[in-house]
Design a protein around this ligand. Structure first.
Ligand code: C2E
Ligand code: MG
Ligand code: MG
Ligand code: MG
Length: 282
């Protein structure tokens, strides 16, 4: 009987693998078509300055609206597939170009009141030795100062050192900011601060979620903003959902925050409207 159960389990496991491999292949094909058909849009989520909530920067977050209809597909689902298939290189170039075009338009219209732009760069993109040249070319083409742009990278992309870390140094050399995304969730967050030319720490939402009067959690959140300020880095609190959290974060030394409490990711036109409203009020 034991043998039979084992065999069944083996078959079921193989079946699941086949189904997930098929799903992966379907998704990869749909992504390729989506890129050709222009089914992607960039949304932007404000990163605000505490306590008043002025928009300091916006993070570009990709959205996929398949022509076939249906619900938009989450980047958490398709970015990993785009990475594994290498498609992220083309998709990433489109993201960078589109984000910089929008940032340049805001700069043209709003001058120094325009927000900086933050663009997520995946591990696979950092392995492309052409990335720094691409970034330099995009900045030049849109006449956008490098200081207006921050690239968000994750710890896992660079912790092994090697070519990815070299690429980050080359990017920083162009003058763009480098943010460590989901900071504090990896295995080597602090070690990385010695080798990686970081300008911003994005403190992961998991540290913010727990800020409900737990002294331990408050101490951790305060330490993370303390490390940032000691090292001369910006700290951004991610995933802020309540006024209480925003108030506590300000007290704990955070100057910047991002989250649904302030604004959801939204189309460029909606960001433009907010900037217009602020300009009119000034
Ligand atoms: P991330 O870079 O850490 O982005 C933050 C994610 O948290 C976004 O999810 C955002 O919509 C969500 N978020 C922001 N505020 C709140 C909040 O208050 N509550 C909650 N529950 N969530 C909040 P999204 O847009 O689904 O993106 C997920 C991940 O996909 C991103 O995490 C990033 O790793 C990746 N991603 C998104 N856009 C891009 C892109 O253009 N390029 C690359 N390479 N990766 C991207
Ligand atoms: Mg990010
Ligand atoms: Mg993040
Ligand atoms: Mg995060």
């Amino acid at each position: 009987a034991a043998q039979r159960v084992g065999t069944n389990r083996q078959q079921r496991y193989t079946g699941e693998l086949d189904a997930s491999a098929q799903h992966h292949a379907d998704l990869a094909a749909a992504l390729r078509r989506g890129l050709e058909n222009g089914e992607f849009r960039l949304f932007y989520q404000p990163i605000v300055e505490l306590p008043l909530g002025r928009i300091s920067a916006v993070e570009a977050l990709i959205r996929w609206f398949p022509d076939s209809g249906g619900a938009p597909v989450s980047p958490a689902e398709f970015i990993p597939v785009a990475e594994q298939t290498g498609m992220i290189v083309d998709l990433g170039a489109w993201i960078l170009d589109t984000a910089c075009a929008d940032a340049a338009a805001w700069r043209h219209r709003f001058g120094d009141a325009a927000p900086r732009i933050s663009v997520n760069v995946s591990a696979r993109q950092l392995l492309d030795p052409e990335l720094p040249a691409l970034v330099a070319e995009v900045l030049r083409r849109h006449d956008l100062p490098a200081q207006q742009v921050t690239l968000e990278i994750t710890e896992t992309a660079v912790f092994a050192g090697g070519p990815a870390l070299q690429t980050v140094h080359a990017l920083r050399g162009l003058g763009v900011g480098i943010a460590l995304d989901d900071f504090g969730t990896g295995h080597s967050s602090l070690t990385l601060l010695r080798t990686c030319p970081v300008t911003t720490l994005k403190v992961d939402k998991s540290f913010i979620d727990e800020l409900n009067g737990s002294p331990q959690q408050e101490a951790i959140a305060a330490s993370l903003s303390g490390i940032a300020s000691t090292l001369g880095l910006r700290a951004v609190a991610e995933g802020v959902e309540t006024q209480d959290q925003a108030d506590r974060l300000h007290v704990l030394g955070y100057r910047f925050a991002q989250g649904y409490h302030f604004a959801r990711p939204q189309p460029a036109t909606a960001i433009h409207e907010s900037l217009l409203a602020t300009a009119r009020a000034a």
